[in-house]
Write a protein that binds this ligand. Structure first.
Ligand code: INI
Length: 156
């Protein structure tokens, strides 16, 4: 029996973070958690590219374009859509989430979902490094694992 599973070793991985500026206070905390995850798992800051986009709606296109350049093992999308602040919450969330999934499937590069979708700003704060973890860190853990998994599948 062959079992293949990714690990969390980020050494020698190249990674790109695509970060929304909308709700910047939250997104910068997501980025802090994401960078911390990458470095703690052995990644090198010289192997990191940070790309900023206006809002969550713009994450998929930038993620797809950076994934297409073939220089990164994984891409992490970071953003926060807060229901209280927008009447088009559902459209932004739906397009961002399906676009991020498409970017990954169409390029073959792991593109992980570090997008908070919350009802209130308090929930967003809690999930960006306060009480309820950090979605940026979790999405980076997933991106590292998927990048390592794809390498192992290629070698199997
Ligand atoms: N973008 C976000 O990232 N989060 C939000 O909460 C948000 N709200 O509230 O509207 C938001 N809107 C902007 C959107 O992502 C696009 O940048 C804009 O519609 C231009 O395409």
């Amino acid at each position: 029996m062959v079992q293949i599973e990714g690990d969390l070793q980020a050494a020698n991985l190249k990674i790109a973070f695509v970060v929304a500026r909308f709700n910047e206070f939250i997104c910068e905390h997501l980025l802090e958690g994401a960078l911390d995850s990458f470095v703690r798992h052995g990644g090198n800051k010289d192997d990191v590219t940070v790309i900023r986009v206006p809002g969550a709606f713009e994450l998929p296109l930038a993620a797809k374009r950076i994934a297409m350049n073939g220089k990164n093992d994984a891409v992490v999308c970071l953003g926060a859509v807060i229901r209280g602040e927008t009447s088009h919450y559902d459209y932004v969330c739906a397009n961002a989430s399906s676009g991020i999934a498409s970017a990954s499937l169409e390029t073959g590069v792991p593109v992980s979902f570090g997008l908070l979708t919350t009802d209130t700003i308090e929930q967003a704060i809690q999930r960006s490094g306060a009480k309820a973890g950090n979605q940026g860190r979790d999405a980076t853990d997933c991106a590292i694992e998927m990048a390592r998994l794809l390498k192992q599948i290629s070698e199997a």
